[in-house]
Design a protein. Structure first.
Length: 265
């Protein structure tokens, strides 16, 4: 039986691999389990500094399996809601993980595959990749937080075209709009994602977790609530070993050793 997903433990980082290549890496219950377990492991393990999501076969994720979705038509509504919540649990796990999560997108993504990519903190994409929100072509609507996430990145009219017409958007255009962190030739997507993970891993992971939480709440919180959250996060960060090392390194004009600071706490 084909293994549809796996987590590779590389010591300071995890690589989650979607290997449902027969269905262009459509979402699967196995991928859900691996993703949630990986985010939990990254949260619990201080040694893990980042997580990379990638796929085999040259295409990131085709979204929901329409064959499986067709079987839900006759389910009671509460069961249909529960199945959608399974996807939302995965998206929340990715967003709530305190470690940076990087999507390495080759070929492209569609539907909930776009939701998954944009739930990550940074996207390194194949410059020829396309992102397609084509739910409307199957008489469906976006889920997985997609409208909220893309609305934070794209002009309203552009998102309407993507969602109402199912028009694909190129990685290059999304990069130009600031919605994607980095574009690379297809052959360099994973190496670039690994290099980015290395840069993040050299930084202060506890501070990064606080920054991630602040950025994720910024477009849904009031300015006053966001300032309060920043105040509380800064008050905690100042007392941490990472800040002591970072400030000392700045004053001593040397490179900070945040890994050593984390180990000494």
């Amino acid at each position: 039986m084909q293994q549809l997903a796996r987590c590779e433990d590389h010591g300071d980082r995890l690589i989650v691999v979607n290997s449902n290549t027969r269905k262009r890496n459509a979402l699967s219950p196995e991928l859900y389990r691996v993703l949630v377990d990986s985010m939990d492991l990254a949260t619990r393990e201080p040694r893990i500094t980042s997580v990379i999501l990638r796929s085999e076969g040259g295409y990131f994720c085709a979204g929901g399996d329409l064959g499986q979705l067709a079987t839900r038509r006759d389910m009671p509504r509460d069961q249909r809601v529960a199945r959608i919540e399974e996807l939302h649990d995965v998206i929340r796990a990715v967003m709530n993980c305190p470690k940076p999560v990087i999507a390495a997108v080759e070929g492209g993504a569609a539907g909930a595959g776009v939701s998954l990519a944009f739930a990550c903190d940074m996207i390194v994409a194949d410059r020829d990749a396309t992102f397609t929100v084509a739910y409307v072509k199957a008489g469906l609507v976006p889920d997985g937080g997609l409208t909220s996430t893309l609305a934070a990145h794209l002009p309203r009219e552009l998102l309407m075209r993507m969602a109402l017409l199912g028009e694909p958007m190129t990685a290059e255009r999304l990069f130009g709009l600031g919605a994607i962190s980095q574009i690379e030739p297809a052959s360099n997507v994973l190496p670039a994602a690994l290099a980015l993970a290395g840069r993040l891993g050299a930084g202060p992971t506890h501070a990064q977790g606080r920054i991630k939480a602040l950025v994720n709440s910024a477009h849904t919180s009031s300015r006053l609530d966001q300032m309060n959250a920043e105040r509380d996060s800064m008050a905690d960060a100042i007392a941490a070993a990472e800040a002591a090392e970072g400030i000392a390194a700045f004053l001593e004009k040397r490179r900070p050793d945040f890994a050593k600071a984390r180990a000494s706490k």
